[in-house]
Design a protein around this ligand. Sequence first.
Ligand SMILES: CC(C)(COP(=O)(O)OP(=O)(O)OC[C@H]1O[C@@H](n2cnc3c(N)ncnc32)[C@H](O)[C@@H]1OP(=O)(O)O)[C@@H](O)C(=O)NCCC(=O)NCCS
Length: 177
Amino acid sequence: MSAMDVKPFKLKDIKTVLSWVKSCDAMLQWSGPIFTWPLTHMQFRKHLALAKVDDPRLFPFGLYDKNKILGYCEISDYRKMHEYASISRVIISPRHRNKGYGQYMIKEMLRMGFYKMSLNRISLGTFDFNTAAIKCYQKTGFKPEGTLRQSIKAGKSYWNCRIMSILKSEWQKSKSV
Ligand SMILES: CC(C)(COP(=O)(O)OP(=O)(O)OC[C@H]1O[C@@H](n2cnc3c(N)ncnc32)[C@H](O)[C@@H]1OP(=O)(O)O)[C@@H](O)C(=O)NCCC(=O)NCCS
């Protein structure tokens, strides 16, 4: 795990990340309502272009083992003035799930957010059935804040989104114990 690195996402890896998202439900679970199915290279590139504007709110990252991408996630909705951002679109390659890579990537993102970007609060949302994600976030220090009921429609069902967050003071405390 120590040879692993969270680095700015490289456009050459779009195809690999998209290959991990194999259905409309998987896309919604990963990314919420921002894309339409089928998710194309062009849609994802357009989304990533938001990272290239002046004063960006989006910072895409990859989890890399040397040059091989194993995971993807974003710091999004960055509000410098309020020292706030979200972590979004977290995904680990299907072959590498349930081995601690997600927790490693999230811990690196927290270090990035609290230490390098001087954030005070980081939040995220995950659907209430996504046990792996909820456990991954709980184990990295996120606390539940509440539920957005029936926040998106997937086929004929509505999915509830669980909001979680961590504050800089909590993160610092967890590092000192
Ligand atoms: C969510 C996701 C990023 C987590 O990454 P990961 O590398 O699998 O996560 P980790 O292995 O670090 O942690 C997951 C934990 O949940 C546990 N877990 C997984 N499925 C579980 C289940 N059905 N019931 C109980 N625990 C479960 C794992 O055992 C692990 O806990 P442990 O450290 O105590 O063993 C990954 O599963 C993924 O890419 N999912 C698809 C995309 C997605 O849903 N993204 C989240 C959007 S909010």
